[in-house]
Design a protein around this ligand. Sequence first.
Ligand code: SF4
Length: 222
Amino acid sequence: MEKLEQISLSLEIGKVKDELQGGDWVQIQTLLEVAKPLISAKAIYKVCYIEKKFEDTVIIEGIRLKSRVLSKNLEKVGRVFPYIVTIGTSLEQRGDASTDLLEKYYLDKIGNMALSEARNHLEGHLCSRFALDGLSFMSPGSLEDWPIEEQRALFSVLKGAEDSIGVRLTKSLVMIPRKSVSGIYFPTEVTFHSCQLCPRQNCEGRKARYNGDLAKEYGILK
Ligand code: SF4
């Protein structure tokens, strides 16, 4: 298992402003400075080869990952990169300790941005280390087709995550620290976003438009 420690994040105020689109800038700037030293971004990943592929299941490291969409995405792929990224517990503890709801909200948003930047860092690392032109990812729980229960399988592939970067999965399938993300990166020519297949409305995390025709192509919409 490979590990990236002390991932350096920029968390530029301009990007934070774009993300929050309004608010008390003096407070946000102050909180950004409070947050930065509390963030400890780390990642682990594995280089895995697909052992078997079925219509709705892929086997890597002897572990079954059950998802029709994942299987279709890996049709022409032989190598994948399961990963976990975290920014640690300190920032969320700071947010939990705050009694100011707006402050909690800003700290949470800053944490999400840090996590997303840390995942982008991992993506850049994988592209450059393995000479890949493009990568996409899928995460358990983002689609009905690959439900959150599949986190157990992913954590089995990434056995030792807690000892390595301090991320564990609870019985109720929550990652601790909460500001952690997990999934599988795979090489793609055209970027895939789970959002393209997710009909959820009013999701502030949406990164791509829902595409019903694509959902039919993937066999998850009749
Ligand atoms: S639209 Fe929202 S819930 Fe659906 S996959 Fe995208 S981020 Fe997740």
